[in-house]
Design a protein around this ligand. Structure first.
Ligand code: ATP
Ligand code: MG
Length: 362
């Protein structure tokens, strides 16, 4: 097991900067998720760590060891791909044994290790089958077994669950996470699925355009997004963003949205004092707006329902407030109808404010 460090790693493909000065510290035994939209450089980052690509700038360390220029086989990493990449002409046993045979392990050790990996992934019954005789989920288990059988220092996974159906994906999430806990292997896991990231990661590195926008625990990236990108990428439905200006009323700072003057918690006054008159962006998550339920420290806004999404467990309202649509998430089913007047209560303790540039103020 090993800790992994990226120091200002950059990779260009022609004119495209796929990875742009990424620095990242992954602790020994940690499960870190690289999360971001398509094309943001997740796979390229993994391939750099695996040694399948060479960086144009920067260094990569495994512990104290500088591995930047080492070929993959000298790094002791394993990678699991989205496409299972199991060999169709080999039985499951031989697929899992393959990396051990390459390393010329004795046959007895191979049998012992394949059994160990197969038990962990609950595929002992399948060792005699060919991949064509397996379901997608079973094939992916074989791919994971093959990856862990060498006891890698670092396990890299690139969207390993995205070819599975929704139910299986949910089950495999917790299974993979438990497996990682059990064997304690340092893991870097790529996904563009925020729920997967939130449920599996010890920490999440949120990426955009080749850069890391924030690294933190799931709780941190959700509660304290460092910028508008992270705030908008984490959470579903997306956080509401409202353009506003910092103003002063009766000696208190307010956020003037044009249709309302939203007060800010006193302790944040100081942060905004120097921004009087400036444009800012107010952020409030759909689950932090309440309807017809006045609670302490909320701010009322009158609106009209524009659209209702009944999801069974939740109800999503789109509410027109002075020409701006705010999305509201209520748990449970509710009988609202389009055109109905409602009063929304914004939870002021959950308010986010961002500079126009996108950086969070609080
Ligand atoms: N071998 C390559 N040659 C040229 N451009 C590449 C190559 N590999 C990646 N790129 C480009 O680098 C950028 C990052 O690609 P990468 O595959 O790392 O993104 P990603 O975050 O994994 O996306 P996805 O979620 O779609 O898999 C993209 O613009 C991509 O087109
Ligand atoms: Mg990718």
């Amino acid at each position: 097991m090993v800790d992994v460090h990226l120091r200002s790693v950059t990779k260009h493909f022609g004119k495209v900067t796929a990875v742009d000065h990424i620095s990242l510290d992954v602790e020994d035994g940690e499960f870190i998720v690289l999360l971001g939209p398509s094309g943001c450089g997740k796979t390229t980052t993994l391939r750099l760590i695996a040694g399948l690509e060479k960086p144009d700038e920067g260094r990569i360390f495994f512990g104290e060891r500088d591995v930047t220029l080492l070929p993959p086989r000298q790094r002791n990493v394993s990678m699991v791909f989205q496409s299972y990449a199991v060999w169709p002409h080999m039985k499951v046993f031989d697929n899992i044994a393959f990396p051990l045979r390459i390393k010329k392990f004795p046959e007895e050790e191979i049998r012992r290790r394949v059994k160990w990996a197969a038990e962990l992934l609950q595929i002992e019954e399948l060792l005699d089958r060919y991949p064509a005789q397996l379901s997608g989920g079973q094939r992916q288990r074989v791919a994971v077994a093959r990856a862990i059988v060498v006891e890698p220092d670092v396990l890299l996974m690139d969207e390993p669950l995205s070819n599975l159906d929704a139910l299986l994906r949910v089950r495999m999430r917790s299974e993979l996470k438990k497996l990682q806990r059990k064997i304690g292997v340092t893991t870097i896991y790529v996904t563009h699925d925020q729920v997967e990231a939130m449920t599996m990661g010890d920490r999440i590195a949120v990426m955009n355009k080749g850069r890391i926008m924030q690294i933190g625990s799931p709780e941190e990236v959700y509660n304290k997004p460092a910028n508008i990108f992270v705030a908008g990428f984490i959470g579903s439905p997306q956080m509401n963003f409202i353009d506003a200006r910092v103003a002063k009323r009766d000696n208190s700072i307010v956020l003037d949205t044009g249709f309302a003057e939203i007060p800010v918690p006193k302790e944040n006054d100081k942060l905004l004092e120097s921004l009087l008159g400036s444009k800012i962006v107010v952020g409030i998550r759909p689950e932090h707006i309440y309807v017809a339920r006045r609670e302490k420290n909320t701010f009322p806004l009158k609106g009209r329902i524009d659209f209702v999404e009944m999801l069974g467990s939740d109800t999503i309202l789109h509410v027109d407030v002075g020409g701006k649509i705010l999305v509201v998430k209520l748990s449970g089913g509710h009988a609202f109808s389009v055109g109905q007047e409602v009063t929304l209560y914004i939870d002021l303790s959950r308010l986010h404010v961002f500079h126009e540039s996108g950086e969070a103020i609080f």
